[in-house]
Write a protein that binds this ligand. Structure first.
Ligand code: DC
Length: 226
């Protein structure tokens, strides 16, 4: 089986099921789940609250240096995210914060801070890291890399259901538009754009349930460790 110090990366666009799959896979492998989207969301929230203009480099540098982020696995649902000691796990999970995160994530200083923090968290290995640039930039030597995708409509349907379960009723077209914009922005940016690593295994989850995707990945992981 996989080296207990191994790193599995799962990249892909928003709503492809990365969180559910990464969490499930991490549990099966007894690995830690690293949700890097949550980190961009928390930093986006912090910068927005402080009214930081991304073009104001001195103010941005100062604000980023002061941000304290802590991620702890949460047994029931998402990871617990502490921003300067405050639990922002719920506050960052809105479609608006997804857009804010996408915007701040194109900034080099933001990426520099979070890439360093992600590598530090992955230092000891034994992690399933999910995001946009895990296999391409942050952990290029990962033991096994996946790129998880699904059609935009299917992703919008899943996101709508997920939000409804949290009591947030959002129009389908609005979600589809946001997802399409985010895909466009995340894959066109110059720095660490959303794309599959050359050695990533492509998985289309449009017509696959989470269990099937996890089982498929476990097989590929076992094969790669042979
Ligand atoms: O996975 P998510 O929806 O929580 O991510 C929110 C945004 O953060 C996403 O639109 C782009 C950015 N992001 C990134 O640029 N790099 C990552 N590794 C993870 C997220």
């Amino acid at each position: 089986m996989l080296d207990p110090k191994g790193i599995v990366t799962i990249d892909g666009p928003s709503g492809a099921g990365k969180s559910t799959i990464s969490r499930g896979l991490a549990a099966k492998l007894h690995f830690t789940y690293l949700d890097t989207g949550a980190m961009y969301r928390a930093v986006g929230l912090a910068l927005e609250r402080q009214g930081i203009d991304l073009a104001d480099t001195p103010a941005l540098t100062k604000a980023l240096a002061a941000i304290e982020l802590t991620l702890t696995p949460n047994t029931d649902d998402d990871v617990r995210v502490l921003l300067d000691g405050e639990d922002v796990s719920q506050a960052i999970r809105t479609p608006e914060m997804g857009m804010v995160a996408s915007r701040v994530s194109a900034n080099p200083l933001v990426r520099e801070k979070l890439t360093a923090l992600q590598r530090q968290l992955g230092e000891k290995g034994g992690i399933v890291a999910e995001g946009r640039d895990m296999g391409t930039v942050v952990f290029p030597k990962a033991s096994c890399k996946f790129f998880l995708n699904a059609s935009a409509e299917e992703r919008a349907r899943r996101r709508q259901k997920q939000l409804a379960e949290k009591g947030q009723i959002v129009d389908f077209q609005e979600i589809l538009d946001q997802i399409s914009k985010r895909d466009y922005d995340d894959s066109r940016r110059t720095l660490a754009p959303l794309k599959a690593a050359d050695d990533a295994i492509l998985v289309d989850s449009s017509s696959m349930g989470p269990e099937a995707v996890i089982a498929f990945m476990l097989e590929r992981i076992a094969e790669s460790a042979r």
